[in-house]
Design a protein around this ligand. Structure first.
Ligand SMILES: [Zn+2]
Length: 340
């Protein structure tokens, strides 16, 4: 899922986004609550009509942003109070409120409101966050009344295997239509994240879609898919795009680099995105050096297309029975030969 924080994948129109092969996007409850507010989106007929995107949308619960971005947040069993960075007013987010907002936004998948502890955190802190997350999940389930919207639960537990195991069991017992591994991509070393995925994924009901939150680089996705993960979100393709960095295969190219100034070939001859079909590296280099908005848009389109292509190649490899051979273990110098 490309990330469309404020009901827009930055710099890319919905039509351009469709062209990348993206099938579902993520929008952020916290940011949409602050601006324009969920009532404006609801009045427009929901997020799909508001932003002109007819494919699936997942909204997060706002919890991750409240815990990571907000100053002066106060956490208790009821919920979290934080200062609105726009006007200084105090906002309270509770499980009920997070669900109410997501129902008003009208996403296809709503996420439960959880407490995501920072990294590092003590075992006691993580255990408390887990207990609260589980109590809040029950309140989210009770508050959720929108039949056509799926509610996913979130597993916490930090880097403590016994807490992860307990959380996986409790969240699975809710029999929700999907399940997410949260509390990753919060600053922990990559091998710890892989250990969490390896440990938790086999504990989850096999038939459910499994979502690894905030992860979206090639190697990490391939390892997670090898362990049964289905869904990812990541801001990397558009964040890099806005800085003029292109994802080409498994490498990152800074298009400001003078070596691209007279290179009239496309970014990636094997890519069929709008950018690669129509434009050269020299043109992209020129646009980015000139700080033209189109440059950032074109690089973002290519980057999203690149990740979508990688995802679809993994899907195809699974269907063709060659995933292990092509993608796992993912090695830098052995890109998937069969499907990629
Ligand atoms: Zn391309």
């Amino acid at each position: 899922m490309p990330v469309g924080t404020l009901a827009t994948v930055k710099g890319v129109s919905p039509n351009q986004l469709r062209g990348t092969g993206a099938e579902m996007i993520l929008a952020n409850t916290y940011h949409l609550l602050l601006q324009p507010g969920e009532r404006v989106v609801e009045d427009a007929g929901g997020l799909h009509d508001f932003m002109g995107w007819d494919k699936p949308i997942l909204t997060d619960s706002g919890g991750f942003q409240v815990f990571s971005l907000s100053k002066l947040n106060r956490i208790n069993d009821e919920g979290v109070s934080f200062r609105n960075p726009r006007d200084g007013s105090t906002i309270q987010l509770t499980p009920e409120r997070a669900i109410e907002i997501q129902m008003a936004l009208g996403s296809d998948i709503a996420m439960a409101f959880d407490q995501c502890p920072p990294y590092p955190a003590t075992e006691l802190e993580v255990e408390e966050a887990c207990n609260r997350t589980h109590a809040w999940l029950q309140r989210c389930v009770d508050a959720h009344k929108k039949k056509q919207q799926a509610l996913f639960g979130i597993i916490q537990g930090g880097c403590f295997p016994h807490l992860r195991e307990k959380s996986a069991r409790i969240v699975s017992d809710f029999n929700l239509p999907g399940i997410a591994i949260g509390g990753v991509s919060v600053g922990e070393p990559l091998d710890q994240m892989h250990n969490i995925v390896r440990q938790v994924s086999p504990l989850l009901p096999e038939h459910l879609p499994k979502y690894l939150m905030g992860i979206g680089t090639f190697r990490e996705m391939a390892i997670a898919v090898a362990n049964g993960i289905d869904l990812f979100d990541c801001v990397i393709p558009t964040r890099l795009g806005r800085h003029g960095t292109a994802l080409v295969r498994n490498e990152r190219w800074n298009l400001r680099n003078a070596s691209f100034r007279t290179d009239h070939t496309s970014l990636d001859q094997t890519c069929v995105c709008e950018t690669c079909l129509n434009h050269s590296k020299a043109y992209l280099h020129h646009l980015i050096r000139s700080e033209e908005l189109l440059g950032l848009t074109l690089v973002s389109i290519h980057n999203i297309s690149n990740l979508m292509r990688f995802s679809k190649a993994m899907t195809q490899a699974i269907r063709d029975g060659c995933f292990s051979e092509d993608f796992a273990p993912w090695e830098k110098d052995s890109p998937a030969r069969h499907t990629w």
